[in-house]
Design a protein around this ligand. Structure first.
Ligand code: MRU
Length: 325
Protein backbone atom coordinates (compact mmCIF):
# COMPACT_ATOMS: atom_id res chain seq x y z
CA UNK A 1 0.00 0.00 0.00
CA UNK A 2 1.11 3.56 -0.66
CA UNK A 3 2.77 5.01 2.46
CA UNK A 4 3.10 8.74 1.88
CA UNK A 5 0.16 11.12 1.94
CA UNK A 6 1.59 13.43 -0.68
CA UNK A 7 4.26 12.86 -3.30
CA UNK A 8 5.71 14.36 -6.47
CA UNK A 9 5.39 11.76 -9.24
CA UNK A 10 6.42 12.38 -12.88
CA UNK A 11 5.62 16.09 -12.96
CA UNK A 12 2.45 16.06 -10.85
CA UNK A 13 1.37 15.90 -7.23
CA UNK A 14 -0.20 12.66 -6.02
CA UNK A 15 -2.22 12.61 -2.81
CA UNK A 16 -4.25 10.13 -0.82
CA UNK A 17 -7.70 11.73 -1.08
CA UNK A 18 -8.69 12.23 2.56
CA UNK A 19 -12.32 12.94 1.68
CA UNK A 20 -12.73 9.31 0.53
CA UNK A 21 -11.29 7.68 3.70
CA UNK A 22 -12.02 5.40 5.44
CA UNK A 23 -14.41 3.91 2.88
CA UNK A 24 -12.00 3.96 -0.05
CA UNK A 25 -8.27 4.60 -0.42
CA UNK A 26 -8.04 6.74 -3.52
CA UNK A 27 -4.80 8.19 -4.91
CA UNK A 28 -5.51 11.37 -6.88
CA UNK A 29 -3.15 12.90 -9.39
CA UNK A 30 -3.15 16.71 -9.45
CA UNK A 31 -1.48 18.23 -12.51
CA UNK A 32 -2.53 21.88 -12.24
CA UNK A 33 -2.53 24.62 -9.62
CA UNK A 34 -6.34 24.81 -9.84
CA UNK A 35 -6.65 21.11 -9.01
CA UNK A 36 -4.27 21.44 -6.07
CA UNK A 37 -5.99 24.55 -4.66
CA UNK A 38 -9.34 22.73 -4.86
CA UNK A 39 -7.83 19.69 -3.10
CA UNK A 40 -6.55 21.95 -0.30
CA UNK A 41 -9.87 23.76 0.09
CA UNK A 42 -11.95 20.58 0.17
CA UNK A 43 -9.49 18.97 2.65
CA UNK A 44 -8.56 16.19 0.24
CA UNK A 45 -5.08 17.12 1.47
CA UNK A 46 -4.99 18.64 4.94
CA UNK A 47 -3.11 18.93 8.24
CA UNK A 48 -0.48 21.61 8.81
CA UNK A 49 2.72 19.78 7.77
CA UNK A 50 1.04 18.21 4.71
CA UNK A 51 -0.26 21.64 3.70
CA UNK A 52 3.30 23.00 3.81
CA UNK A 53 4.45 20.29 1.43
CA UNK A 54 1.36 20.76 -0.76
CA UNK A 55 2.02 24.49 -1.01
CA UNK A 56 5.65 23.95 -1.99
CA UNK A 57 4.72 21.31 -4.59
CA UNK A 58 2.03 23.71 -5.82
CA UNK A 59 4.67 26.33 -6.63
CA UNK A 60 6.60 23.63 -8.49
CA UNK A 61 3.46 23.01 -10.58
CA UNK A 62 2.97 26.77 -11.07
CA UNK A 63 6.57 27.21 -12.25
CA UNK A 64 5.87 24.68 -15.02
CA UNK A 65 2.42 26.04 -15.87
CA UNK A 66 2.70 29.84 -15.79
CA UNK A 67 4.93 32.86 -16.50
CA UNK A 68 4.87 36.53 -15.42
CA UNK A 69 1.74 37.92 -13.77
CA UNK A 70 -0.12 34.61 -14.13
CA UNK A 71 2.66 32.91 -12.13
CA UNK A 72 2.51 35.58 -9.40
CA UNK A 73 -1.26 35.17 -9.21
CA UNK A 74 -1.02 31.36 -9.02
CA UNK A 75 1.46 31.61 -6.13
CA UNK A 76 -0.91 33.98 -4.31
CA UNK A 77 -3.84 31.57 -4.80
CA UNK A 78 -1.79 28.75 -3.30
CA UNK A 79 -0.63 30.84 -0.36
CA UNK A 80 -4.17 31.95 0.51
CA UNK A 81 -6.00 28.68 -0.22
CA UNK A 82 -6.49 28.26 3.54
CA UNK A 83 -5.53 30.96 6.06
CA UNK A 84 -4.82 29.37 9.44
CA UNK A 85 -2.01 26.79 9.21
CA UNK A 86 1.20 28.78 8.92
CA UNK A 87 2.88 25.83 7.16
CA UNK A 88 0.96 26.47 3.94
CA UNK A 89 2.16 30.07 3.52
CA UNK A 90 5.66 29.02 4.61
CA UNK A 91 5.91 26.11 2.15
CA UNK A 92 4.71 28.37 -0.66
CA UNK A 93 7.15 31.15 0.29
CA UNK A 94 10.13 28.79 0.48
CA UNK A 95 9.51 27.34 -2.97
CA UNK A 96 8.58 30.73 -4.46
CA UNK A 97 11.93 32.15 -3.30
CA UNK A 98 13.58 29.86 -5.88
CA UNK A 99 11.40 30.91 -8.85
CA UNK A 100 14.17 33.07 -10.34
CA UNK A 101 16.37 29.95 -10.57
CA UNK A 102 13.87 28.04 -12.70
CA UNK A 103 11.37 25.17 -12.26
CA UNK A 104 13.94 22.52 -11.32
CA UNK A 105 15.30 24.66 -8.45
CA UNK A 106 11.73 25.21 -7.21
CA UNK A 107 11.08 21.48 -7.27
CA UNK A 108 14.29 20.74 -5.36
CA UNK A 109 13.23 23.22 -2.65
CA UNK A 110 9.78 21.60 -2.46
CA UNK A 111 11.37 18.17 -2.09
CA UNK A 112 13.55 19.61 0.71
CA UNK A 113 10.38 20.84 2.49
CA UNK A 114 8.98 17.30 2.18
CA UNK A 115 12.18 15.68 3.47
CA UNK A 116 12.36 18.04 6.44
CA UNK A 117 8.78 17.19 7.44
CA UNK A 118 9.59 13.47 7.30
CA UNK A 119 12.65 13.99 9.51
CA UNK A 120 10.65 16.21 11.90
CA UNK A 121 8.01 13.53 12.38
CA UNK A 122 10.63 10.98 13.46
CA UNK A 123 12.25 13.43 15.90
CA UNK A 124 8.90 14.45 17.44
CA UNK A 125 7.83 10.83 17.91
CA UNK A 126 10.90 9.99 19.99
CA UNK A 127 10.94 13.23 22.00
CA UNK A 128 7.18 13.17 22.60
CA UNK A 129 7.12 9.52 23.68
CA UNK A 130 9.90 10.18 26.20
CA UNK A 131 7.95 13.14 27.60
CA UNK A 132 4.63 11.28 27.88
CA UNK A 133 6.32 8.41 29.72
CA UNK A 134 8.09 10.79 32.10
CA UNK A 135 4.84 12.65 32.88
CA UNK A 136 2.33 9.79 32.89
CA UNK A 137 4.21 6.59 33.61
CA UNK A 138 4.48 3.35 31.64
CA UNK A 139 0.91 2.81 30.40
CA UNK A 140 -0.86 6.14 29.77
CA UNK A 141 -4.37 6.43 28.39
CA UNK A 142 -4.32 9.31 25.91
CA UNK A 143 -6.99 11.43 24.26
CA UNK A 144 -6.25 12.96 20.88
CA UNK A 145 -8.23 15.34 18.70
CA UNK A 146 -8.49 15.82 14.93
CA UNK A 147 -5.97 13.89 12.82
CA UNK A 148 -2.26 14.32 13.37
CA UNK A 149 -0.87 11.13 11.84
CA UNK A 150 0.90 10.44 8.59
CA UNK A 151 -2.14 11.72 6.71
CA UNK A 152 -1.60 15.18 8.20
CA UNK A 153 2.12 15.13 7.45
CA UNK A 154 3.89 12.99 4.85
CA UNK A 155 4.55 9.90 6.93
CA UNK A 156 4.62 9.58 10.72
CA UNK A 157 2.82 12.70 11.88
CA UNK A 158 2.94 14.77 15.05
CA UNK A 159 0.81 13.78 18.08
CA UNK A 160 -0.34 10.53 16.49
CA UNK A 161 3.30 9.78 15.68
CA UNK A 162 3.96 9.94 19.43
CA UNK A 163 1.02 7.60 20.08
CA UNK A 164 2.44 5.17 17.49
CA UNK A 165 5.91 5.36 19.05
CA UNK A 166 4.50 4.64 22.53
CA UNK A 167 2.68 1.64 21.05
CA UNK A 168 5.93 0.41 19.43
CA UNK A 169 7.63 0.70 22.82
CA UNK A 170 4.82 -1.23 24.56
CA UNK A 171 4.15 1.90 26.63
CA UNK A 172 0.61 2.87 25.61
CA UNK A 173 -2.39 2.18 27.86
CA UNK A 174 -5.10 3.24 25.43
CA UNK A 175 -6.20 5.97 23.05
CA UNK A 176 -9.44 7.86 22.61
CA UNK A 177 -9.92 9.66 19.29
CA UNK A 178 -12.41 12.50 19.57
CA UNK A 179 -14.51 12.51 16.45
CA UNK A 180 -13.84 16.12 15.39
CA UNK A 181 -17.08 17.56 14.14
CA UNK A 182 -18.03 18.56 11.55
CA UNK A 183 -15.65 16.83 9.12
CA UNK A 184 -14.74 13.89 11.38
CA UNK A 185 -10.98 13.92 10.99
CA UNK A 186 -10.84 11.93 14.26
CA UNK A 187 -13.60 9.39 13.61
CA UNK A 188 -12.64 8.85 9.96
CA UNK A 189 -8.91 9.51 9.60
CA UNK A 190 -7.35 8.96 13.03
CA UNK A 191 -9.41 5.81 13.49
CA UNK A 192 -8.29 4.60 10.04
CA UNK A 193 -4.64 5.30 10.82
CA UNK A 194 -4.87 3.59 14.22
CA UNK A 195 -6.37 0.57 12.48
CA UNK A 196 -3.48 0.52 10.00
CA UNK A 197 -1.04 0.70 12.92
CA UNK A 198 -2.76 -2.14 14.79
CA UNK A 199 -3.51 0.10 17.79
CA UNK A 200 -6.76 -0.46 19.71
CA UNK A 201 -8.78 2.74 20.14
CA UNK A 202 -12.14 4.17 21.08
CA UNK A 203 -13.92 7.00 19.24
CA UNK A 204 -15.79 9.51 21.44
CA UNK A 205 -17.93 12.51 20.57
CA UNK A 206 -15.98 15.73 21.02
CA UNK A 207 -18.04 16.90 23.97
CA UNK A 208 -17.29 13.69 25.92
CA UNK A 209 -13.61 14.66 26.26
CA UNK A 210 -13.77 16.82 29.42
CA UNK A 211 -16.14 14.30 31.06
CA UNK A 212 -13.81 11.36 30.35
CA UNK A 213 -10.96 13.37 31.85
CA UNK A 214 -13.01 14.23 34.95
CA UNK A 215 -13.86 10.52 35.34
CA UNK A 216 -10.16 9.66 35.46
CA UNK A 217 -10.34 7.74 32.17
CA UNK A 218 -7.68 9.82 30.40
CA UNK A 219 -4.14 10.48 31.68
CA UNK A 220 -3.12 13.17 29.15
CA UNK A 221 -4.39 15.01 26.10
CA UNK A 222 -2.03 15.01 23.12
CA UNK A 223 -2.73 16.81 19.87
CA UNK A 224 -1.20 18.95 17.13
CA UNK A 225 -1.26 22.59 16.05
CA UNK A 226 -1.81 24.66 12.95
CA UNK A 227 0.10 27.62 14.34
CA UNK A 228 1.98 28.22 17.57
CA UNK A 229 2.25 31.92 18.30
CA UNK A 230 5.16 33.82 19.82
CA UNK A 231 3.51 33.84 23.26
CA UNK A 232 2.80 30.09 23.11
CA UNK A 233 -0.90 30.32 22.22
CA UNK A 234 -1.90 27.25 20.22
CA UNK A 235 -4.21 27.50 17.21
CA UNK A 236 -5.62 24.08 16.33
CA UNK A 237 -8.78 22.29 15.20
CA UNK A 238 -11.96 23.60 16.82
CA UNK A 239 -12.61 21.59 19.99
CA UNK A 240 -9.00 21.82 21.17
CA UNK A 241 -9.78 24.64 23.62
CA UNK A 242 -12.55 22.61 25.30
CA UNK A 243 -10.15 19.67 25.74
CA UNK A 244 -7.55 22.05 27.23
CA UNK A 245 -10.07 23.37 29.75
CA UNK A 246 -11.07 19.82 30.60
CA UNK A 247 -7.44 18.82 31.11
CA UNK A 248 -6.79 21.81 33.36
CA UNK A 249 -9.84 21.01 35.49
CA UNK A 250 -8.86 17.31 35.72
CA UNK A 251 -5.24 18.19 36.50
CA UNK A 252 -3.77 16.15 33.63
CA UNK A 253 -1.09 17.19 31.10
CA UNK A 254 -2.19 18.96 27.92
CA UNK A 255 0.53 18.31 25.33
CA UNK A 256 0.97 19.85 21.88
CA UNK A 257 3.22 18.20 19.30
CA UNK A 258 4.16 20.20 16.21
CA UNK A 259 7.20 20.72 13.99
CA UNK A 260 9.24 23.93 14.14
CA UNK A 261 7.62 24.77 10.77
CA UNK A 262 4.38 25.38 12.73
CA UNK A 263 6.01 27.77 15.21
CA UNK A 264 5.29 31.35 14.11
CA UNK A 265 7.30 33.83 16.13
CA UNK A 266 6.10 36.67 13.86
CA UNK A 267 2.54 36.31 15.14
CA UNK A 268 2.43 37.66 18.70
CA UNK A 269 -0.65 35.79 19.98
CA UNK A 270 -3.69 33.77 18.97
CA UNK A 271 -5.70 36.98 18.69
CA UNK A 272 -3.59 37.87 15.63
CA UNK A 273 -4.42 34.69 13.68
CA UNK A 274 -7.05 34.51 10.95
CA UNK A 275 -9.35 31.64 11.89
CA UNK A 276 -10.85 29.96 8.83
CA UNK A 277 -14.63 30.17 8.64
CA UNK A 278 -16.00 27.28 6.64
CA UNK A 279 -19.27 26.68 4.85
CA UNK A 280 -22.34 26.58 7.12
CA UNK A 281 -23.55 23.49 5.23
CA UNK A 282 -20.78 21.43 6.92
CA UNK A 283 -22.58 22.01 10.24
CA UNK A 284 -26.17 21.93 9.02
CA UNK A 285 -25.82 18.61 7.17
CA UNK A 286 -24.42 15.18 7.92
CA UNK A 287 -23.05 12.88 5.27
CA UNK A 288 -24.77 14.88 2.54
CA UNK A 289 -28.10 14.75 4.36
CA UNK A 290 -29.57 18.01 5.71
CA UNK A 291 -30.08 17.68 9.49
CA UNK A 292 -31.02 21.24 10.49
CA UNK A 293 -34.34 22.84 9.54
CA UNK A 294 -34.50 24.78 6.29
CA UNK A 295 -33.41 28.34 6.94
CA UNK A 296 -31.17 27.46 9.91
CA UNK A 297 -27.99 29.52 10.16
CA UNK A 298 -24.64 28.19 11.43
CA UNK A 299 -21.28 29.45 12.59
CA UNK A 300 -18.41 27.19 11.56
CA UNK A 301 -14.94 28.20 12.77
CA UNK A 302 -12.53 25.47 11.64
CA UNK A 303 -10.03 26.23 14.43
CA UNK A 304 -9.86 27.69 17.92
CA UNK A 305 -7.23 29.29 20.13
CA UNK A 306 -5.91 27.66 23.29
CA UNK A 307 -4.23 30.22 25.55
CA UNK A 308 -0.64 29.34 26.42
CA UNK A 309 -1.31 29.02 30.14
CA UNK A 310 -3.43 25.91 29.48
CA UNK A 311 -0.59 24.15 27.64
CA UNK A 312 1.64 21.90 29.77
CA UNK A 313 4.29 21.47 27.08
CA UNK A 314 4.92 21.93 23.38
CA UNK A 315 7.10 19.28 21.74
CA UNK A 316 8.77 20.16 18.45
CA UNK A 317 11.38 18.30 16.43
CA UNK A 318 14.11 20.31 18.14
CA UNK A 319 12.93 21.18 21.66
CA UNK A 320 10.41 20.76 24.43
CA UNK A 321 8.92 24.02 25.68
CA UNK A 322 7.35 23.57 29.12
CA UNK A 323 4.91 25.95 30.76
CA UNK A 324 6.58 28.15 33.33
CA UNK A 325 4.98 27.39 36.66
O1 MRU B 1 -8.78 21.42 8.94
P1 MRU B 1 -7.65 20.45 9.05
O2 MRU B 1 -8.08 19.02 9.01
O3 MRU B 1 -6.54 20.74 8.08
O4 MRU B 1 -7.06 20.71 10.52
C1 MRU B 1 -5.93 20.00 10.92
C2 MRU B 1 -5.63 20.20 12.34
O5 MRU B 1 -6.19 21.02 13.03
C3 MRU B 1 -4.51 19.38 12.91
O6 MRU B 1 -4.73 19.13 14.27
C4 MRU B 1 -3.20 20.17 12.77
O7 MRU B 1 -3.00 20.57 11.45
C5 MRU B 1 -2.04 19.40 13.24
S1 MRU B 1 -1.64 18.18 12.05
C6 MRU B 1 -0.25 17.40 12.37
Amino acid sequence: MRRSTIEWVDGAVEIIDQTALPVRTVVRRLSTVDELVAAIQTLAVRGAPALGVAGAFGVALAARQYRGDALTEAVLRLRTARPTAVNLARGVARAADRLADGPEAVLQEALAVRDEEIASSAAMAARGADLVTSLCGPSPRLLTHCNTGGLAAVVGGTALGVVAELHRRGALGGVVASETRPLLQGARLTAWELDQLGIAYQVAVDSAGPFLMAQGMVDAVILGADRICANGDVVNKVGTYAHALGAQRAGIPFLVVAPESTVDTETPSGADVKIEDRDAEEVLSFNGQRTAPAGAAAVNPAFDITPHDLVTAIVTDRRTISRQS
